[in-house]
Design a protein around this ligand. Structure first.
Ligand SMILES: [Zn+2]
Ligand SMILES: [Zn+2]
Ligand SMILES: [Zn+2]
Length: 141
């Protein structure tokens, strides 16, 4: 076998384990050799070398990516006053007042599907308007 052919074979051998996937969150194409990876590296961070700090950091990246995408889905601005300057000041207000609101900034990591399903039941408001809403309708705890 010629050296060149060998190189080509080797190339295909390595390529075989690489899958082209579409990120469930942002829809971008990415390569992965892991069957379980459903989010791109940009959305979920690189999980290849994880100590505790980067694991924590990775969750933060994932949550932020999910929030960013959910915010886009809901129009990208406060549906009451139009505020859109800082994503951290944008919150999700559940349309069904009897449902306990899911806290997107904290708690356990949901899958994007769950997150998206929840977000779609909400309206996007800034934290000021959100407080005003709850001042009128009351808080559910
Ligand atoms: Zn992505
Ligand atoms: Zn507002
Ligand atoms: Zn609310």
């Amino acid at each position: 076998m010629k050296k060149q052919d060998e190189a080509i074979l080797l190339f295909f051998f390595h390529r075989r384990n690489i899958m082209i996937k579409y990120c469930e969150i942002c829809g971008k194409k990415f390569n992965s050799n892991s069957y379980s990876r459903i989010y791109c590296f940009e959305c979920s961070g690189d999980s290849s070398r994880l100590d505790n700090t980067s694991r924590k950091h990775q969750k933060t990246i994932l949550r932020r990516s999910m929030k960013l995408q959910a915010v886009k889905l809901l129009g990208g601005k406060c549906s009451i006053c139009g505020y859109n300057r800082c994503i951290d000041a944008l919150e999700f207000h559940h349309k069904d007042h009897s449902v306990k609101e899911f806290k997107l900034g904290s708690g356990n990591t949901m899958s994007w599907k769950e997150y998206k399903a929840e977000a779609l039941k909400c309206i996007l408001v800034c934290s000021n308007c959100h407080k005003e809403i709850h001042n009128k309708i009351g808080y559910i705890s």
